[in-house]
Design a protein around this ligand. Structure first.
Ligand SMILES: C[S@@+](CC[C@H](N)C(=O)[O-])C[C@H]1O[C@@H](n2cnc3c(N)ncnc32)[C@H](O)[C@@H]1O
Length: 277
């Protein structure tokens, strides 16, 4: 009887409308709770940090495994190495606490996409890494931590981060500055002047499609044969994918799934030619 009534009511569009909209909203309602909780618990106002959901961490390892031809378990081990790096986490906390930025930073260190960046450096043992747009230096100091581990294993490498903001990159100090340097000024101009062959290039500066593409064009002839390009804008534009098509590179896209956070997540675009092994 009830089923018959429901079937009858389903014919009326307006009654159906509310039922359908109420169901669709269940996919988003929890976000409002996450926003409220974040409003109380976090101090961040930009460049949000979060953990990745456990399955998402595994997908990231599996994606990098495809791009590099490395067993995903080795990549998970590098993620763990970073998560266990208490010296790095203490450094980030201490330096942040010594600046006025502490008002806008959370005490918990969350690497999310940078887990992937770290693993690429550990796998590739690159001589030259460039990250455009260093901001505070969370990515920069993470990449330098990977270069220091490589160095301890006998593989020398150097990091260069660009930023237009003269106050950027304050996390890059102490032992991390031994392998890393900030190039201040407009990223394209710094890249034009850069003369060394680039093994790993990470785009994360001006996030307009035009600027992103211009960065790729500027470094095109400076990339080593098997260089890897990581795009932090790949969830917004198709520019890295287009660049990879034009320069005969493969392209993979990884989408972040933040854990208990309202932000929908960014992505990592991966441009590569040959596998490492
Ligand atoms: C999203 S933040 C980078 C985050 C950083 N990569 C990290 O891992 O935390 C973007 C940075 O790009 C810088 N930026 C914006 N336009 C730029 C430009 N034309 N040249 C150099 N840096 C720029 C900003 O000052 C900002 O610090």
């Amino acid at each position: 009887m009830i089923r018959m009534i429901l079937r009858f009511l389903k014919r009326f569009w307006i009654l159906n409308f509310f039922r359908r909209v109420a169901y669709a909203s269940t996919y988003f309602n929890k976000k409002y709770f996450q926003i409220l909780r974040w409003g109380f618990q976090s101090r961040e106002y930009a460049n949000y940090t979060y953990h990745l959901a456990p399955d998402n961490v595994l997908y990231l390892a599996q994606t990098i495994a495809v791009a590099t031809g490395t067993p995903y378990k080795q990549i998970l081990a590098y993620f763990e190495e970073l998560e266990q790096d208490t010296a790095l986490k203490d450094h980030i906390r201490q330096v942040t606490q010594s600046t006025t930025e502490r008002r806008y930073a959370d005490k918990e260190i969350r690497f999310h996409k940078r887990l992937g960046w770290y693993a690429f450096v550990r796998l590739m043992k690159p001589r030259i890494v460039i990250e455009t747009g260093i901001d505070k230096g969370l990515g920069g100091v993470t990449l330098c931590a990977a270069l220091l581990k490589n160095k301890a294993e006998g593989f020398e490498g150097q990091y260069f981060g660009t930023d237009i903001n003269p106050a950027a990159g304050y996390l890059l100090q102490g032992r991390y500055a031994e392998v890393g340097k900030v190039l201040y000024g407009d990223s394209i101009e710094s890249l034009k002047r850069f003369e060394q062959p680039i093994d790993l290039f990470i785009n994360d500066s001006d996030h307009s499609a035009r600027y992103e593409y211009e960065e790729y064009q500027t470094i095109k002839d400076k990339l080593t044969e098997n260089a890897i390009i990581l795009g932090d804008n790949a969830h917004v534009t198709d520019r890295l994918s287009a660049f990879c098509q034009e320069t005969n590179r493969n392209f993979l896209y990884f989408q972040e799934k933040p854990l208990h956070h309202w932000y929908p997540g960014g992505g990592i675009g991966i441009g590569f030619r040959a596998r490492l092994k």
